[in-house]
Design a protein around this ligand. Sequence first.
Ligand code: IMP
Ligand code: MG
Length: 195
Amino acid sequence: MAGASVSGLPSILFPTRQISDRIEAMAEEILRDPRIDGKFEQVLVVCALNGAFVFAADLLRAFAMRGGNFKVGFLKLSSYGEGTVSTGTVTMKQESTVDPAGSVVLFLDDILDSGRTLQFALKHLREQGATDVVSAVLLDKAERREVAAQADFVGFTCPDVFVVGYGMDYAERYRGLPYVGILDESAIAAEKVGI
Ligand code: IMP
Ligand code: MG
């Protein structure tokens, strides 16, 4: 069956199995967090759109199998536009679909990069009345941080490369790949000239 050798498929950085094992372990770690443990009724999971939807789906299923049937909301944020470099400004396209007031919010994002998205989201959720905000990201590009922002839970530390798959896109494509991959330069160049 297919692997990274299939022409046009991004090369594998984090394989499917490694991601699913890590998600199960993260679910256990998160459920043991004192801000969440014993307070399941108050927990609202907020998934950053678009990129975190696959991460959130897998983590939510891992929570549910451990008794964590949490409320779920979605917050649409954007910092990238169509390119591979952050624009430096975070815009909120849609507020959380579930009111965070009075909840312990677990904010989920795909990648922590400059840190601006996380910083923006945490501030926003607190301003909206969340009693506590806990954060988890699948990937942390630690060396690219530009503002002080740190996630409480990190799936993997990620090298400074542009990644796609497992919810993450390049110009809205590749989100369905079941692994995290690296897009080669020629695919990015081809996309730019529209071939
Ligand atoms: P930050 O605000 O610079 O920390 O950027 C975080 C957001 O940028 C994440 O929510 C991702 O959607 C996006 N992002 C950062 N790096 C990548 C990447 O390599 N591939 C796809 N999206 C990325
Ligand atoms: Mg994103």
